[in-house]
Design a protein around this ligand. Structure first.
Ligand code: F6R
Length: 605
């Protein structure tokens, strides 16, 4: 949440900063701002409520300067307006700061500064940083920043410009990501590589408690606390710049839904071992003897990743016969959980940055637990903090709403479950059966995506709904939960998911023609039970859209999806409902890639 970018080099900074902000806009789109070290000395700042395009239209024609920082905001402290937009300046206008994170003790620090006569321009927590840096008596900019950070509690990724030090940008990280991009006599800074890859693939990822000074032809990293030098060897980013482009699609959501066959192919590639009917997961760091000792699996994630974890838990129970469940990481970390040495903990995250997940991992590690990651972004904080794990290989996901990463995460869990199962009691025959099912997935996904026109037409019929119910049983229930989240976040239609088995215990009271139900009805041993639920809804004049392996007589519409193995069916059944959410939102004229009030990579609590 919130994106920061910086540039220092020979080129005009403003266009590069704006381009970087556009790439990071999924991290927040409440306001944007830029500060440039002008050629004639001093700092120039422009800020605008709204999108990067609003900032762009406000920039004066002459906004020259080869060093600058910029920010795109997701509001936490203070309304989304021009004044609360970053960069924030100190009282003399000498220091400009952009910040991603939350300063927990901001009110306390602000009160002290105000008592000293400092006047604040904004309501943000971040402005305290600019004043603290501006008031530091240290000689060097690096020392001023370190001085300021000593007063701060909370999370931050910051970039600082100072009019008296025009040859450098100082950055620091604690809990919110900062990467440096190394170019030819130019350097970039950003919250993530999306903003850099069109200029350089050589990056250095700062660790927590680390700072850096970047100059046009040089950079230096050191610890925030002591200022001691740290080793920072650049890595080459493997992702192609083009994979961040929208291509021929109108939205990233559509692009990412459409990419799922290839994405699933990628997560499977090189991992299947036909000889032993299992899979190789290179980075797992879990030897078979340890794997046999696991008595329980606890999966932690937020939002869509939590739902993927629920399907993952089901797969682990079914294939490896280890008791498993999934819980929102945000709840887990606050309930003083009992950490059991024989439990395997798994943190799930697309971004690898989600603060609640990271904090849960850190708490577990502190208590001595073994924690694996199922993560999409390579080298992200959660990937680095965990003891090993499985990369999801979905490729960059730009739309705030997660789609292809959900699917790939569930496939990654299927691989993990198969791996654990084959170390334990899963038979060779079952291993072969699951592998054959996994291999079928890309083709079956293509088959589902080919029905987009039909789903788009169906979506038109649900745009009038004020609320929708999503139901499923056992394997189908997390699919229903994820589909209801997709619909509500992108179309703003209220949606609620319930186990179909629970209908009679309350939600049936809601059924009427104005409250359509989406039902997940796989051809498995619960088919007749699911059909009974459809009967009950129909008997009360409810409208039903079924996602099933065959036409459902009681449903008004059925989206028929190809059948796979029972255990793998949930992977496919969510995909048409991603398209349903997309087309419903499209018909309602929603801002699909940037739903209101949301942002991707939730680096705040
Ligand atoms: C919903 C969505 C969110 C994320 C959640 C966790 O479409 O994208 O619910 O799934 O914020 O994010 P990650 O997976 O990055 O930890």
């Amino acid at each position: 949440m919130c994106g920061i970018v910086g540039y220092i080099g020979k080129r005009d900074a403003a266009p590069l900063l704006l381009e970087g902000l556009q790439r990071l806009e999924y991290r927040g789109y409440d306001s944007a701002g830029v500060a440039i070290s002008g050629k004639s000395g001093g700092l120039k700042t422009v800020k605008a409520k709204g999108r990067v395009r609003d900032l762009d239209s406000r920039l004066p024609k002459r906004f020259a300067g080869t060093t600058g920082i910029a920010h795109t905001r997701w509001a936490t402290h203070g309304a989304p307006n021009d004044v609360n937009a970053h960069p924030h300046l100190d009282a003399d206008g000498q220091v400009a700061v952009v910040h991603n994170g939350i300063i927990d003790n901001a009110s306390e620090v602000r009160a002290k500064l105000e008592a000293d006569g400092v006047e604040f321009a904004s309501e943000t927590d971040s402005e305290v940083l600019a004043h603290l840096i501006g008031r530091s008596q240290a000689d060097k900019l690096e020392e001023k920043v370190r001085d300021a950070l000593r007063h701060i509690e909370g999370t931050y990724g910051i970039a600082v410009l100072h009019a008296a030090f025009p040859d450098r940008i100082v950055v620091a990280r604690n809990g919110s990501p900062v990467v440096l991009g190394i170019g030819e006599k130019e350097m970039f800074v950003a919250s993530d590589v999306a903003a850099l890859v069109s200029h350089t693939r050589q990056v250095v990822t700062l660790g927590d408690g680390e700072m850096a000074t970047i100059k046009a032809d040089d950079y230096r990293t050191y610890t925030t606390r002591e200022g001691s030098r740290t080793a920072a060897s650049p890595e080459t980013v493997e992702v192609e710049a083009a994979s961040y482009d929208m291509g021929a699609h109108d939205t990233y959501m559509h692009k990412e839904i459409s990419e799922q066959a290839d994405a699933v192919d990628r997560v499977l590639r090189g991992r299947i071992d036909d000889r032993f009917s299992t899979v190789h997961l290179g980075g797992l760091n879990l030897d078979p003897r340890e794997a046999r000792k696991i008595r329980q699996v606890k999966i932690l994630g937020c939002g869509t990743s939590y739902h993927a974890g629920q399907i993952g838990a089901g797969l682990i129970e079914e294939l490896a016969r280890i008791p498993a469940d999934s819980e929102p990481a945000s709840e887990f970390r606050y309930r003083n959980p009992v950490v059991d040495p024989d439990t395997l903990y798994i943190a799930v995250s697309q971004s690898g940055e989600t603060y609640d997940v990271l904090a849960a991992v850190q708490e577990l590690k502190r208590k001595g637990a073994r924690v694996l990651g199922v993560v999409n972004v390579v080298g992200s904080a959660i990937a680095r903090e965990t003891d090993g794990g499985v990369y999801v290989h979905a490729g960059p996901e730009v739309c705030v709403v997660s789609t292809k990463c959900f699917t790939n995460t569930v496939v990654a869990f299927a691989l993990l479950a198969l791996h654990l199962g084959r170390i334990r009691d899963l038979s060779v025959a079952d291993g072969k059966r699951i592998i054959a099912g996994l291999r079928k997935l890309p083709e079956q996904i293509t088959e589902i995506l080919a029905r987009e026109d039909e789903i788009a037409k169906l979506a038109q019929q649900y745009t009038d709904a004020r609320s929708m119910l999503f139901i499923g049983r056992v394997r189908g229930y997390p699919v229903a939960r994820e589909a209801s989240l997709k619909l509500k976040e992108v179309s703003y239609i209220h949606a609620e998911a319930y186990p179909a088995s629970e209908l009679k215990h309350g939600p049936l009271a809601l059924i009427e023609p104005a409250m359509p139900t989406v039902a997940i009805v796989p051809d498995d041993d619960l088919l007749e039970k699911n059909r009974a639920a459809l009967e009950e809804i129909k008997a009360r004049s409810g409208r039903i859209l079924a996602v099933a392996h065959q036409e459902q007589e009681k449903a008004d519409h059925t989206i028929v999806v190809p059948k796979n193995e029972d255990e793998l069916d949930p992977i496919l059944m969510g995909i048409p409902l991603q398209l349903l959410a997309y087309h419903t939102a499209l018909a309602l004229g929603r801002d699909i890639d940037k739903p209101r009030n949301l942002a991707k990579s939730v680096t705040v609590e």
